[in-house]
Design a protein around this ligand. Sequence first.
Ligand SMILES: Nc1ncnc2c1ncn2[C@@H]1O[C@H](COP(=O)(O)OP(=O)(O)OP(=O)(O)O)[C@@H](O)[C@H]1O
Ligand SMILES: [Mg+2]
Length: 274
Amino acid sequence: MSKHSEHSPEQGSENSFTPETEIHPDRRVAGAAAARALNLHKSYGQGDTTVTALDHVNVEFEANHFTAIMGPSGSGKSTLMHCMAGLDSATSGSAFIGDTDLSQLRDKEMTALRRDRLGFIFQSFNLVPTLTAAENITLPTDIAGRKVDQEWFDQITGRLGLSDRLRHRPAELSGGQQQRVACARALVSRPDIIFGDEPTGNLDSNSSKEVLDILRTAVDQDNQTVVIVTHDARAASYADRVIFLADGRIVNELFAPQIDEILATMAGIEDVAL
Ligand SMILES: Nc1ncnc2c1ncn2[C@@H]1O[C@H](COP(=O)(O)OP(=O)(O)OP(=O)(O)O)[C@@H](O)[C@H]1O
Ligand SMILES: [Mg+2]
């Protein structure tokens, strides 16, 4: 069941947007924030060669909701995800998971938080080449010393069409199969928050639908929070909210997004960028 219907009444001026330097009232969430960025700034290099990947981003990601992040290539989507998930550190500003300021954590605490509460689907999969698909999927759970929920493992891998590929190593799998292994790895431990960087980027429409249905169910039935980056309007339409980035800033957002609205908003952003 979708949560879309919950949004409209309480969001007031739905889908109107004014960029500001502080968290815009519409980007303050009604419920608890599962994660939030406060003045998050990330730049690479120095002097003339400085690249600003994130330009003082302020945003909250509501718990038990599905958010999609869209924007042109190079707009800072992966950087935002990596900073939110503690995989990269910001130049200034803060990323919070719940009430925890990631910049205050020691390495060990960060590792524990990532292991216990977060699942991450990487844009480049990040599978361990020497392990089989099954071993890759259960690796984070195994490292944490936890028991794999075999029934859930079977269900996820079955739905993702991986059941007969589980004994293969990544090099013996197609790109789409590797991506599905990466999705299964993030899903199998039922983390509080799942971050997916283009989790359906290499998938055909059937596999893509399966991944998105699983992510939607994770939010609607299992109380998880999902944040994905996507270039695909159909994938983004599964979300409760879409945030649009351009040049490291949030420039627009939509609630309960329809595919045509998403496409129109993206077209507007790309026109300005050209
Ligand atoms: N390690 C790095 N060193 C220098 N610049 C970087 C580095 N990583 C990212 N950038 C730059 O930061 C900007 C944002 O990159 P990012 O990977 O977040 O973009 P993106 O929105 O995810 O793009 P895509 O849709 O192509 O994946 C880009 O201009 C990129 O070139
Ligand atoms: Mg990216």
